[in-house]
Write a protein that binds this ligand. Structure first.
Ligand code: AMP
Ligand code: ZN
Length: 467
């Protein structure tokens, strides 16, 4: 039984998807705002979401995941203006960089990566705002912007466990200082102003652009429908972003928007908040430039339970490297012992379900990793005293395949299977004789086997395709 700590109820709840067959899981994950390179804090969140998806799949669920790209908001407009580059061109470079970093970290692709500025998404946003205005839940203020009237949504504040009264202006604040009726009302549509330059869309309320919150409601409901199983993000997204998403979506559809809300705690660097001014701000590229590999970064950002703060340190990176080396050595020993012997079907390795059972418990990755290292310790001991059979080693390697499908931390180098190796050699020969057609055909074959080949100055380099 899988259980998650639901931010909405603050309770550990049994996971049951909406799908009556119990198989399909609809998952929405707030994606990057593409105004600069995403940092390791963002990737901590994306990695927890990857672990979540992969574990659900290990438990035979079929996950349909959407991750949006926020390519229009205050920050993207501001930074593109500073850079003097049109918005689309500006955000494109960071969107591409984001996908590169996702590959580096072996994060599984979502089925959908909708970008806010795509016409079908803008149309959906306008349609939803229009509906809210018609229902008198939204109103256009004197500044031309359209706002959501939070006191028209009875559950507003439920996710953040906030008392609505706290959001009302106190006596000392003159409400006529605000265009909005209520201090907590948030913008659905922002009227164009000179700072927006060429960015804007025509709407029933004049030229303008969507607010960030409606972007996610529109993309989530357009692609996944009115009801989704799991919605995730970092804890900073919880309020007001996710609170607003609930208010907008449920006011439009009349249905409960999300069953389980999962939020990851923030990442700190050497015990401090990560910030450019403190000089402790890192992107994935920064760490790669320091000589860390994608799997090392992945491990270091993944190994702490998502609800706990993760303190990123360079000591921690070194420990991640050592843990991975232990796994590599163990696998090598198992491979040497297993040789070509088939896995012994009667052999059920100890701790084999315990790894997955730990993840069932609100993705308790630290307990799951403890099970893995216990398995390594126990089987190394058996191998030390020649008590592990070849067929048992092969069975352990099979178990590892299942574990690694979730963790994605296996080293790429040493596991090129012989059939891929043969194809690589044939390809090297065809390239030497300038038979490019054959070389391309062999690349396609290698790719069919799940490997990606790159030609470098030092010859062919092969990496596992990310699944
Ligand atoms: P943004 O690009 O700012 O919209 O953020 C993308 C995702 O990263 C959101 O889910 C945020 O909650 C998350 N996030 C931002 N900063 C951190 C951090 N320091 N630690 C963990 N997650 C973060
Ligand atoms: Zn969002």
């Amino acid at each position: 039984m899988i259980r998650f700590l639901n931010s909405l109820t603050r309770k550990l709840e049994k996971f049951e998807p909406i799908d009556p067959t119990g198989k399909q899981v609809k998952m929405y994950t707030c994606g990057p705002t593409v105004y600069s390179f995403a940092h390791i804090g963002n990737f901590r969140t994306y990695l927890f979401e990857d672990l979540l998806q992969r574990h659900l799949e290990a438990r035979s669920f079929m996950v349909q995941r959407v991750m949006n790209i926020t390519d229009v908001d205050d920050k993207t407009i501001r930074n593109s203006r500073i850079a003097g580059v049109p918005l689309q061109e500006f955000t494109k470079q960071f969107t591409e960089a984001f996908f590169e970093d996702m590959r580096t970290l072996r994060i599984k692709d979502a089925q959908f990566y909708p970008a806010a500025t795509e016409p079908e998404n803008i149309a959906q946003m306008i349609a939803m705002i229009d509906e809210l205005v018609k229902k008198d839940i939204a109103y256009q203020a004197e500044d031309g912007s359209v706002y959501f009237r939070i006191n028209r949504f009875a559950h507003y504040g439920q996710l953040a466990h906030l008392d609505l009264d706290e959001l009302r202006p106190s006596g000392r604040v003159q409400s006529d200082e605000y265009e909005k009726e209520n201090l907590g009302d948030f913008a659905l549509w922002k009227a164009w102003d000179a700072e927006d330059g060429l960015v804007g869309w025509d709407s029933p309320w004049g030229r303008g652009r969507p607010g960030w919150h409606i972007e996610c409601s529109a993309m989530a409901t357009r692609i996944l429908g009115p009801q989704i199983d799991i919605h995730c993000g970092g804890v900073d997204n919880l309020f007001p972003h996710h609170e607003a998403e609930i208010a907008q979506s449920e006011s439009c559809t009349g249905k409960k928007f999300v069953r389980y809300w999962l939020h990851s705690a923030h990442l700190l660097v050497e015990g401090q908040k990560m910030s450019k001014s403190l000089g402790n701000f890192y992107t994935i590229r920064d760490l790669v430039a320091r000589g860390f590999t994608g799997r090392e970064i992945r491990y270091a950002l993944l190994c702490v339970n998502y609800r706990l703060q993760l303190n990123f340190t360079f000591d921690g990176m070194t420990q991640a490297r050592q843990s991975l080396l232990r796994i590599d050595e163990w696998l090598q020993r198992l491979r040497d012992l297993a040789g070509n012997v088939a896995a012994d079907p009667a052999f059920a390795p100890a701790h084999s379900d315990a790894f997955f059972a730990a993840l069932d418990d609100d993705l308790n990755i630290s307990a799951a990793l403890a099970e893995l290292f216990e398995q390594i310790r126990a089987t190394n001991r058996l191998m030390d005293s020649n008590q592990l059979e070849s067929g048992e080693a092969a069975a352990l390697l099979q178990w590892w395949q299942r574990v690694n499908q979730v963790l994605q931390i296996q080293s790429d180098e040493e596991v090129v299977p012989p059939e891929v190796q043969q194809l690589l050699e044939a390809r090297a020969a065809s390239r030497a004789s300038k038979d490019w057609q054959r070389s391309d055909a062999l690349r396609a074959k290698i790719s069919e086997l799940g490997w990606f080949v790159k030609d470098t100055r030092d010859g062919q380099k092969v990496t596992k395709s990310i699944k």
